[in-house]
Design a protein around this ligand. Sequence first.
Ligand code: ZN
Length: 205
Amino acid sequence: MCPHFLLILIVAKSGKLPALLRTHWLPASLNLQGTHGVCTLILFSEPNCKTQDYANLERRHSPRQQWQYAPERRVVKSDAEWKAQLTPEQYHVTREHGTERAFSGEYCEAHEAGLYACVCCGTPLYDSRTKFESGTGWPSFTQPVQENAIKYKKDTSYGMTRVEVLCNVCDAHQGHVFPDGPPPSGLRLCINSASVQLVQEPQKA
Ligand SMILES: [Zn+2]
């Protein structure tokens, strides 16, 4: 039993950082015992995505720039209509900005080919070819199918500053985007399974 347990973990380059941030194994592996245990975790993160590019994401849909990323259509329904159409979990995640439990979603480890469409309005948002194994417990993509498929919004809930991802057609909450994804975009679109539905790509003649 160590009364003053001190752990300092320094990670200089964070291309592989997400693996270290898997909060599921981190607390369990530390297994701190003793009432005076202190754990100090110092992480020096170097995002794969250029910070400037990441900061510009939310500005894309600002009133000044949103015309460039305007969707081809809009779907607007009342809360009652969404509630009637969706399962309780889909409604909570997409219309109430909820988050499904990590590793609980049906697409977390899915590898089938196809397009992931918004579960609310059916608009294709992500391509399975841009899905990657992030180890976070949520489906992760490096980019949307096209730039105007989704929009980004600054999110300061829960004491964090994050960038929220929403369907650009119906405003369904999708998840968040982070600057630690793999090249070439350097982005990690962290998406709830409950927000999407896998549909097969149309057969090419
Ligand atoms: Zn939608």
